[in-house]
Ligand binder design. Structure first.
Ligand code: FAD
Length: 290
């Protein structure tokens, strides 16, 4: 068994990567190649996102299995529950077990625009999926958290109350939504401790290397751009190579500051771009050495 909770205990700093499956109908191979390339940088684990329904959700398990069983890199398979029936979720849990995948990020998923929420045959919140995974046994369970509050939550305090409920159901670690201002994370971590949430929290870092893409992502995630990043975007948005360099430099600065301030887990949203992950890993190689 290769539980992420054990890896976290055994290391001073962990660095992990996130990748996403191809769009439905697109071939799997390019993403498998991305995973292979990323595994060369020896991340502590690679997580694979879960598309809501359709072809991409089946591909999550296939890609996670490739990472786990062919690349010999610990895989973290995301699993979201709001767009699947309870039976479908039970089948996916069995499939994960059969593929030797012991680490799952338990998510609710975004509510599809065209559905009645909650669907009577589905789970309503991620904590219910955490309970199911706990019952299934032998899983190390992660969950999502939101330093700026979840976009549906009217109040950050309430959001942390719900997070506490999710953690108490059996989460082993948390991964944060992307954020660009480290002081937001530090305040959030303080509030988690005040509420008695003491499990490890991995800081989700997104290198901003494409101006158009980041506007869409911040809108979806609810993460806000700060003035420093807005200046970078104003200056370099139309110069792709300069934007890429500036975005990587910003992410590296963020990571260095986080580690200097005691954060022990860095989760890089790679956007399936191994060259960017490689550049970041080169810049922090001595900093993350045990
Ligand atoms: P929950 O923890 O269920 O929370 C959702 C909302 O419900 C919050 O506002 C919370 O405060 C509220 N809530 C929770 N419990 C209760 C309760 N008991 N009563 C009332 N309100 C409650 N999405 C995907 O589709 N696929 C992915 O692979 C994916 N990966 C992600 C990875 C990370 C690290 C993060 C941060 C997000 C990811 N997401 C992914 C997005 C995520 O699915 C959405 O943000 C979704 O809207 C919420 O999921 P959750 O698991 O945080 O839900």
């Amino acid at each position: 068994m290769n539980y992420i909770s054990d890896i976290i205990k055994s290391k001073e700093i962990t660095v992990s990567f996130e990748i996403f499956p191809p769009k439905p109908q697109a071939p799997l191979e390019p993403v498998m190649d991305t995973a292979k390339e990323l595994s060369k940088y020896m991340p502590d684990y690679i997580s694979v996102t879960y598309g809501a329904g359709g072809g991409t959700s089946a591909n999550t398990v296939k890609i996670a299995s490739y990472v786990q069983n062919e690349l010999n890199t610990t895989a973290l398979s995301h699993l979201s529950c709001v767009s699947s029936t309870k039976d479908e979720i039970a089948k996916t849990i069995e499939e994960l077990k059969a593929q030797n995948i012991n680490n799952v990020l338990a998510l609710r998923g975004d509510i599809p625009a065209d559905s009645d929420f909650p669907n009577p045959g589905s789970y309503k919140y991620a904590y219910q999926l955490v309970e199911e995974l706990k019952k299934a046994g032998n899983f190390c369970i992660g969950a999502a958290c939101y330093p700026e509050g979840h976009p549906e939550s009217s109040c950050k305090n309430e959001d942390i109350e719900h997070l506490k409920q999710k953690v108490d159901c059996g989460c082993d670690f948390l991964i944060t939504q992307l954020f660009f201002d480290n002081s937001v994370l530090y305040g959030f971590l303080y509030n988690l401790l005040k509420k008695g949430i003491e499990i490890p929290v991995m800081a989700g870092i997104m290198p901003v290397t494409n101006a158009k893409q980041i506007k869409r992502i911040t809108k979806l995630s609810g993460a806000s751009l700060n003035s420093e990043l807005n200046s970078i975007l104003d200056k370099f948005a139309e110069k792709p190579e300069a934007m890429k360099q500036a975005g990587i430099a910003y992410a590296v600065n963020q990571i260095v500051d986080l580690i200097a301030n005691g954060v022990k887990g860095i989760h890089i949203y790679t956007m399936n771009k191994p060259d960017i992950a490689a550049e970041i890993m080169r810049s922090i190689s001595s900093i993350i050495k045990d």
